[in-house]
Design a protein around this ligand. Structure first.
Ligand code: NAI
Length: 376
């Protein structure tokens, strides 16, 4: 293998936000073209998943990795984690192009970065891929659970739980009802690892499910499992009358055109970077009377789980409590209080929630504030 690392200068990209380092990792012999983006490491090493995706151009991939890595800094700060923000992408179609050799080259590249960035799974990568990467580097999490590290494993169920608890907390508050989800029309876009788990919880809470996925198998599974579920196309779901919209597919779903179509009261879902550009859509949703739960706040369950596994593996527990499945579950539950806090500040100050969340996060990571969370 001949892995080559090149620092990229992406200052001219609109999404460049004083990122610490952006590195191109290439290996001709395994057809690997990957990028690691480290946004900020004030709070700890930069952590974030590896996305394997068929970007149409290099620029499209650079833009995505810049935005995603920045989002991880904000996410970890508000999730009370001693971690910085990073992300990586591998160019290609995960189903057709992914090979063992390619992933091993990627692992070799990460090893050369010396721990400045720690990877895990994301769209297009899975536990088995992380295991392959781990043959070349220890800077990888999201591995299958083992006797050595019972906290490791697929983070998606924790992400589903975090989204659900935030959504339930918001609904109960807004409708002033302890069982507010019962009978509410909840539109779930994307029935993958996270979205399907959220749909199951919504179904158990008595919500009325309306779902969309481009994967017909996922829709068939939902039809078989959930009574009275309605299956729609994604475009249709966007314009359907709902109480709660739960975006769990890819990012960029809300731009000013799609926002004009929406008929929902609450938006709370897992997809990263739901707002096409950020501020403009946050403002448009707010002015349109819709309550948007910032994506990086409510989808932090996965990174919290990965962080616990990392602290366990590296003996770097920053908390006053033991790292156990129980403390992890309570930490994920804290997403509910964080979401409600942002909602309340937004309401009191007449400020869109995304602005509020960004400001809270910036105060933490820019000042290097240590995690502050109470877990009994
Ligand atoms: P996944 O790949 O398992 O599921 C995505 C689902 O969305 C798939 O079923 C896919 O067919 C569907 N989909 C894609 N485009 C669609 C479209 N235009 N309309 C309808 N459905 C569409 O991914 P996963 O892990 O469930 O992640 C979902 C989102 O949540 C992603 O944006 C991811 O970045 C984000 N996220 C995931 C975390 C995790 O722990 N897995 C953690 C934090 C964020």
């Amino acid at each position: 293998m001949a892995v080559k690392l090149t620092d990229l200068k992406l200052q001219d990209f609109q999404d460049f936000d004083n990122h610490e380092r952006v590195v191109l990792i290439e290996d001709d012999t395994t057809n690997l073209t990957a990028v690691v983006s480290i946004h900020n490491n004030n709070l700890g090493p930069a952590m974030g998943g590896c996305r394997f995706y068929p970007y149409k151009t290099r620029e499209e991939g650079y833009k995505d990795v810049l935005r995603l890595s920045r989002g991880m800094t904000y996410k970890s700060a508000l999730a009370n984690l001693a971690l910085g923000g990073g992300k990586s992408i591998i160019f290609g179609d995960a189903r057709a192009d992914k090979t063992r050799d390619m992933l091993q080259s990627f692992g070799e590249g990460l090893e050369k970065l010396g721990g400045a960035y720690i990877t895990a799974e994301d769209v297009g990568t899975n536990e088995a891929d992380m295991l392959t990467i781990s043959s070349q580097t220890s800077y990888v999490m999201g591995l299958p659970p083992s006797a050595d590290n019972p906290l490791s494993g697929n983070p998606s169920p924790h992400t589903s739980q975090g989204v659900f608890t935030a959504l339930e907390g918001l609904a109960n508050e807004i409708y002033d009802d302890a069982n507010a989800l019962r009978g509410k029309r909840c539109g779930v876009m994307g029935l993958g690892a996270v979205g399907y788990g959220v749909a199951q919880k919504l179904n158990a809470a008595g919500a009325q499910l309306i779902v969309a996925d481009i994967n017909t198998e996922a829709c068939a599974r939902a039809e078989a499992e959930f009574a009275d579920v309605k299956i729609l196309g994604s475009d249709e779901l966007l314009k359907t009358e709902l109480d709660i919209f739960v975006p769990c597919a890819m990012g960029g779903v809300f731009d000013l055109d799609t926002i004009a179509l929406l008929k929902t009261e609450i938006i709370c879902g897992a997809a990263n970077n739901q707002l096409a550009t950020g501020r403009a859509e946050d403002r448009a949703l707010y002015d349109g009377g819709m309550i948007y739960a910032p994506d990086y706040v409510v989808n932090a369950g996965g990174i919290i789980a990965v962080a616990y596994a990392y602290y366990h593996a590296t003996d770097t527990n920053p908390y006053a409590w033991d790292l156990t499945p129980e403390t992890l579950a309570k930490h994920v539950e804290s997403i509910r209080a964080t979401t409600l806090n942002i909602f309340n500040i937004s309401r009191e100050n007449n400020t869109p929630p995304g602005f509020v969340a960004d400001e809270l996060a910036e105060n933490i990571f820019r000042n290097g504030v240590k995690p502050d969370l109470k877990i009994a």
